[in-house]
Design a protein around this ligand. Structure first.
Ligand SMILES: NC(=O)c1ccc[n+]([C@@H]2O[C@H](COP(=O)([O-])OP(=O)(O)OC[C@H]3O[C@@H](n4cnc5c(N)ncnc54)[C@H](OP(=O)(O)O)[C@@H]3O)[C@@H](O)[C@H]2O)c1
Length: 304
C-alpha cells in the first residue's frame, strides 16, 4: 500500500546486526520506497550495502542526534540485551539496554512524532496459564522478563506513537549470527551428539521471516497498540526438536527428554507459554508459516 506513495518512508532500525535486525534490514534494503538507516552497537553493519550508523542505544545524546538528524517515520527497535540467564546477574546492563534505552528512544520519537515499534517477549508472563492474548496480565518470573515488561510500560506512558510486538522463540536462518535452535540442533545431531531437550516448555516458535512480515504489516497499516506475533503451532521444545530431526532425516533417538528444573539455569522460564496471534491474523492479515513450511524455506537457505 505505502509503496505506491511518491514519498519515501524513512525507517530507523536499531539492533540491525541481531537475528531479527539482519532479516529486517534485508527486507527493506530491497524496497525502493523505503529509506533505511540501520544502527547497532558494532562498528560495521553485517548486511552489506545499507546506510549504517554505529551507536549505543543506551546513549541518550547519541540516539537523540541520530533520530533528529534522520527524522524517521518509523523506528523499529530490535536491539536488546537478550541473554536471559546473564540478565539475572548483569542487572544494570540489562536494564540500561532494555529499559533506559527505550526511554531515550521514546523521548526523541515523541518530539518528531516518529512511530516507535518495539519488540517484546512472552517472558513478561509467568507461564502458568499460557498461551496468552494481548490482554493477559503480565507477571514476569525472571529479570529479563521484568526489563521487557518495564520497556512496554515506558511506551505506554511515554506519549509516543507506538506498537509493542510480542514474540517468542525466534528461529530461522540468519547468515552471520549465533545459530538459532534449528541450526544448533541440526549440527549436534549430524555430529552424532545426544541432546537433552525440555519437554515442559510449551510455546509457539516464531519463524523470523513471519515476524519481519508482521512488523512490515504494522508499518503498512500504521497499527498501534500491542500485537502478538508468534508461530502457527503450539508445542513443547522436545516435540519441536523431533519435528526438526524428522524433517531433516536425522536420528531422533539422540533427542532425550529433560525437565526445565534439571537444567539449573539461573533464570526461571515460563513453562506453559506462547502467544495467541488471532488479533494479528484479523487486523494485519498475518499468516504464519507452519513449522514444516518454515523448515522447507530454511532447507533451501542452509543447503542441508
Ligand atoms: N530471540 C528470541 O527467541 C526472542 C524471543 C522473544 C523476544 N525477542 C525479542 O526480539 C528482539 C530481537 O531479538 P534477537 O533475537 O534478534 O536479538 P539479538 O540477536 O541478540 O540482537 C540484538 C542486537 O542488539 C544489539 N545491541 C545490544 N545492546 C545494544 C545497545 N546498547 N545499542 C545498540 N545495539 C545493541 C546486539 O548487539 P550485540 O550482539 O553485540 O550485543 C544485537 O546485535 C529483542 O527485543 C528480543 O528481546 C527475541
Amino acid at each position: 500500500m505505502y509503496e505506491s506513495n511518491l514519498i519515501k518512508i524513512r525507517i530507523l532500525l536499531t539492533g540491525a546486526n541481531g537475528m531479527l535486525g539482519q532479516r529486517t534490514a534485508e527486507l527493506y534494503l530491497a524496497r525502493d520506497k523505503i529509506e533505511l538507516l540501520a544502527a547497532s552497537i558494532e562498528d560495521n553493519s553485517i548486511t552489506k550495502g545499507i546506510d549504517y550508523v554505529s551507536c549505543d542505544i543506551a546513549n541518550r545524546e547519541q540516539m537523540k542526534k541520530i533520530i533528529y538528524d534522520f527524522c524517521p517515520d518509523f523506528i523499529i527497535n530490535a536491539a536488546a540485551f537478550t541473554n536471559v540467564d546473564l540478565s539475572e546477574t548483569s542487572r544494570e546492563d540489562a536494564w540500561k539496554t532494555n529499559v533506559k534505552a527505550v526511554e531515550y528512544l521514546t523521548e526523541a520519537a515523541r518530539v518528531i512524532d516518529a512511530h516507535l515499534i518495539h519488540v517484546s517477549s512472552d517472558y513478561i508472563f509467568d507461564g502458568k496459564e499460557g498461551p496468552y492474548d494481548e490482554n493477559a496480565t503480565p507477571n514476569p518470573i525472571g529479570y529479563y522478563g521484568r526489563t521487557k515488561l518495564a520497556s512496554e510500560n515506558v511506551l505506554k506512558i511515554g506519549g509516543v506513537i507506538h506498537t509493542i510486538v510480542r514474540t517468542n522463540v525466534l528461529y530461522g536462518f540468519v547468515e552471520n549470527s549465533r545459530p538459532d535452535f534449528v541450526r544448533w540442533l541440526i549440527t549436534e545431531l549430524k555430529n552424532g551428539k545426544t541432546v537433552k531437550i525440555v519437554d515442559d516448555q510449551i510455546n509457539n516458535p516464531t519463524f523470523i521471516e513471519d515476524l519481519v512480515q508482521g512488523i512490515n504489516k504494522i508499518i503498512e497499516f500504521k497499527k498501534q497498540g500491542v500485537y502478538n506475533i508468534g508461530g502457527k503451532e503450539f508445542l513443547s521444545r522436545f516435540d519441536f526438536a523431533n519435528k526438526i530431526a524428522e524433517f531433516f532425516n536425522l536420528d531422533t533417538n539422540l533427542i532425550k527428554k529433560i525437565k526445565t528444573s534439571e537444567l539449573n539455569q539461573r533464570a526461571k522460564r515460563p513453562l506453559n507459554s506462547g502467544l495467541i496471534t488471532l488479533k494479528a491474523e484479523t487486523e494485519l492479515a498475518y499468516k504464519p508459516h507452519t513449522i514444516s513450511e518454515s523448515l522447507s524455506v530454511m532447507k533451501k537457505e542452509i543447503y542441508i
